[in-house]
Design a protein around this ligand. Structure first.
Ligand code: LMR
Length: 328
């Protein structure tokens, strides 16, 4: 890889696949769906790219493809199993075909804040989830943070009844479908890259996502406003294929794994700041943010939390209890 400062700076800011790989270098393609500027996943992927290309120069070379330019999340895991891409970081909602354990992260109001999410992911049970898909060919390398989700629609959402009858885009997750049904809303699973257009044309009325995705995809431009519900988590698993990972020389794999863990620790520790920056960016760009009173928020909890019962068998009552103990 070209490790000149200018090339690294370009790769970092543009998050581009610009690093030109040299003959003899092992190419590592990382495909993802978000923007790179200000976005927690975009920043983490770009940092991983620049560190691999600097520290493993001559041995390995990483190319990052952001913004769904290579694959969307419906395609990327299959592409990984085919060996067409070596790393990806889909949200935890996107692994339904591979494991049901991640459903705990989609359950509404399961985690109080990102510190709780972080503690749960770093517990023994959380870390074991990285290996929950190995039989199906995928290995989790690390959890990457994004943040808590907010609701938005083409009308103000203050009471849970305000969502009734509206169509909401959701990620393809049975838990999120059940969550919207609990609100008497109509869930519409859809790829991330299609959401802005669907909101703009009225194919859907609303959506749920994090501040960085609401800002990065400009959803606020085509919604009445964002309601600060913090009702669920959107985090990622940085994954690779078991076959590819096992095929690496041990020295090279160890070096890559160390860099991955260091990038994870650094970027996950910065999540509160990145999240706050994106929330502020929505306001600065003219978006409307509505806060709920404690009473209003409790009404949303009362309507949505019964969804937990439907999925207790998938996620394990002991994991729900562990999450609640961490919240306390
Ligand atoms: C979504 O589909 O809304 C998110 O998973 C996109 C992302 O990667 O943050």
């Amino acid at each position: 890889a070209s490790a000149s400062a200018a090339a690294l700076a370009l790769a970092f800011t543009a998050g581009s696949a610009a690093a030109s790989c040299e003959a003899g270098e092992m190419v590592i393609k990382l495909s993802h769906v978000t923007n790179t500027d200000k976005h927690p996943k975009g920043i983490a992927a770009s940092l991983l790219q620049s560190r691999v290309n600097e520290e493993m120069n001559g041995k390995a070379c990483m190319e990052v493809y952001p913004n769904s330019t290579l694959y969307n999340d419906d395609q990327v895991l299959e592409a990984m199993l085919q060996g067409d891409v070596q790393m990806a970081a889909p949200s935890l909602s996107k692994f339904e075909k591979f494991t049901k354990q991640f459903r705990i992260f989609d359950l509404p109001f399961m985690f109080k804040n990102m510190d709780s999410v972080d503690a749960f992911q770093n517990s023994e049970a959380g870390q074991a989830m990285k290996e929950s898909m190995t039989r199906r060919g995928l290995l989790g390398l690390d959890f990457w943070h994004n943040g808590l989700k907010q609701f938005s629609a083409n009308k103000p959402l203050l009471e849970p009844g305000d969502a009734a009858g509206l169509k909401f885009r959701v990620q393809p997750s049975d838990v999120l479908v059940a969550q919207m049904e609990a609100l008497d809303a109509s869930p519409q699973p859809m790829a991330f890259s299609e959401v802005y257009g669907a909101l703009q044309t009225g194919v859907v009325d609303g959506q749920e996502n994090t501040w960085s995705n609401i800002y990065g995809q400009k959803f606020f431009e085509v919604q009445d406003g964002i309601t600060e519900t913090n009702h669920g988590v959107l985090d990622y698993m940085l994954v690779t294929s078991v076959d590819w990972w096992d095929s690496l020389d041990a020295d090279l794999r160890d070096q890559l794994e160390t860099i991955v863990h260091e990038v994870t620790a650094e970027r996950n520790a910065a999540i509160a700041d990145v999240d706050a920056e994106n929330r502020q960016a929505v306001l600065d760009a003219g978006g409307t943010i509505r806060e709920l009173t404690a009473e209003q928020r409790q009404d949303w909890v009362d309507v949505m939390k019964p969804v937990w019962e439907q999925f207790e068998g998938d996620v394990g009552a002991e994991n729900i209890q562990a999450a609640q103990d961490i919240n306390a």
